[in-house]
Design a protein around this ligand. Structure first.
Ligand SMILES: Nc1ncnc2c1ncn2[C@@H]1O[C@H](COP(=O)(O)OP(=O)(O)O)[C@@H](O)[C@H]1O
Ligand SMILES: [Mg+2]
Length: 525
């Protein structure tokens, strides 16, 4: 007997429909699976056989042929396990289907439990778009699958549940009860988020009131967050660079509905979507360690998963100890910083993952960390500080819009100064200025304005124009450098509530980027 079931696989960030055909016929007891890469074949076969036996069903001692179509599509992961197992049970007459199109997703354990899989959100979205009205998903992926409108979702804990799901409405356990209350919000085509999740929970991030002194760096961070400008913090060990960056999550406004959906898809494909989807609107803040591999940062690996730069989509990528990162990894960040997306290669073609990120980086000025410190001598051998900085390529350094020094905080300032402003006040200013910018820029942040847009949207008054010309001449700025300065000045003016970019905004923006960086792609010693 022949059984046909539906399932899905992940291709980049998109789900793709896969048809599972199972034929059980008389003949030698053997199981052939076609349409899978070699390594996955035997693994799937073993999991399915054990799971069927350990779930109280019989594994037919006959000739089983499984075809996963289309054969030409690459199939990653193991989300098709459940559909293969249920197909064998249908084809061997152990369970019945209602004939309604129903899809099944999930990986099997040898004991028959259905395990969560990555990419459920886009896979269910694809199924819904293809007209499938019902899908069974692993219980742990239920909330994420329920984000998709127009398809009924059933939780699957074991093969019994999957059998009930395909048996049709009567044999099925009511799934609706397990769902969270839904609120309709709009989304990108095909995926409509039904649920409005709890807003950002107060996390474990640092509050700005804990960061003493460092007024320049605090100000630079505020401007950077308003316009989405990249920021480099340079200072000796213990100056509070990591501390300041740890306050960023508490300063970022929540994601919009459409942004939240894009971020959820990336997290889903990476298998990192919180099962309760509580962080739905939390703007990403990713801080990968400097020992992270190329695949972990940029994306790729055997599963072709998105990397940290994509997990930070619509949020902040924080690279602490920038000079310690692998040079190739930093080089690979040029593309996302310019284009807002990253291309990850593989044998047959490549996939593009979104990576619209704001880069924040921190580093010591030299290996020992004390170059330029008024109280402690730098112990690096001659020429070493330059080499240390040159580990970061010029073009990458050039893409860091703002660069500020963070000197060591004096004990007196640390102990005696009044408590600094807390995150709440700064976050409110940032959110308001971002709104003003987004409204003027058609939804984009200042850092992502093109050259012509900068000219059109960053109107200068006469004095500001004169001052900008002067700075550009003294620093020998290219058109690119002028536009960069204008974008930052636009953010300063947005923070000050000014419609026109005035002279103080130009001067403030110029102060936030060391002239030495403009003149030459390399840090000033
Ligand atoms: N500006 C500061 N205000 C308050 N505490 C600070 C400051 N700078 C450093 N510290 C304290 O020193 C610790 C180490 O600082 P850290 O941010 O790791 O320094 P860096 O990253 O610059 O080497 C912090 O966890 C904090 O307790
Ligand atoms: Mg640090």
């Amino acid at each position: 007997m022949l059984a046909t079931l539906l399932t899905a696989v992940i291709d980049g960030l998109e789900g793709a429909l896969v048809r599972v055909e199972v034929d059980v016929a008389s003949g030698l007891p053997i199981c052939h699976i076609v349409g899978l890469p070699d390594a996955s074949l035997s693994e799937a076969r073993e999991r399915v056989r054990s799971a069927i036996r350990n779930s109280g069903f019989e594994y037919p001692a006959r000739r089983i042929t499984v075809n996963l179509a289309p054969a030409g599509r690459r199939k990653h992961g193991a989300a098709y396990d459940v559909a293969i197992a249920v197909g064998i049970l249908v084809a061997s007459g152990q369970i019945r289907t209602s004939g309604e199109p129903c899809a099944l997703l999930g990986e099997l354990s040898l004991g028959g439990a259905i395990q969560p899989v990555a990419g459920v959100l886009p896979m269910v979205a694809t199924l819904a778009r293809s007209g499938v009205r019902r899908v069974g998903v692993p219980t742990a992926n239920l909330v994420e699958a329920s984000l998709v409108a127009g398809i009924e979702v059933m939780p699957l804990a074991g093969l019994d549940d999957a059998a009930r799901a395909i048996a049709g409405p009567r044999g099925r356990r009511a799934a609706a009860a397990a769902r969270a209350p839904t609120v309709a919000v709009s989304g990108s085509p095909g995926v409509q988020a039904q649920q409005s999740m709890t807003l950002v929970e107060p996390g474990s991030c640092v509050d700005l009131s804990e960061v003493r002194g460092q007024s320049t760096a605090r100000w630079a961070l505020e401007v950077a967050l308003v316009g989405g400008h990249s920021l480099l913090l340079v200072g000796p060990p213990g100056a509070g660079k990591t501390l300041l960056a740890s306050a960023i999550p508490g300063l970022l406004p929540p994601l919009s509905d459409s942004e939240a959906l894009e971020v959820a898809v990336v997290r889903s494909v990476a298998g990192l979507l919180d099962p309760s989807a509580r962080c739905w609107r939390e703007r990403p803040f990713r801080a990968p360690h400097h020992t992270s591999s190329y695949a972990a940062l940029v994306g790729g690996g055997p599963r072709l998963a998105p990397g940290e730069v994509s997990l930070a989509h619509h949020g902040v990528l924080f690279l602490d100890e920038l000079a310690e990162f692998d040079r190739d990894v930093l080089e690979a960040l040029r593309q996302p910083l310019e284009e807002g997306s990253v291309v990850v290669g593989r044998a047959q073609g490549s996939v593009r993952f979104p990576a619209h990120v704001q880069l924040v980086a921190a580093m010591n000025p030299c290996r020992c960390g004390y170059l330029g410190d008024p109280d402690r001598p730098c112990r690096c051998p001659p020429g070493d500080p330059e080499r240390y900085v040159r580990r970061i390529s010029g073009p990458v350094l050039d893409r860091l819009d703002l660069r500020v020094e963070m000197p060591r905080v004096r004990p007196a300032a640390l102990l005696l100064d009044p408590r600094p402003e807390s995150s709440a006040g700064v976050a409110a200013r940032v959110a308001e200025a971002r709104l003003v910018g987004a409204e003027r820029n058609g939804g984009r942040s200042n850092a992502w304005l093109s050259g012509p847009e900068v000219q059109r949207l960053c109107g200068l008054d006469g004095r500001a124009r004169g001052r900008l010309t002067e700075i550009a001449e003294v620093r020998g700025l290219s058109a690119r450098g002028v536009h960069r300065l204008l974008r930052v000045a636009r953010s300063v003016a947005d923070l000050a509530g000014r419609a026109v970019v005035d002279e103080p905004a130009i001067l403030a923006a110029a102060d936030l980027r060391d002239p030495a960086v403009e003149a030459e792609p390399g840090l000033a010693a």
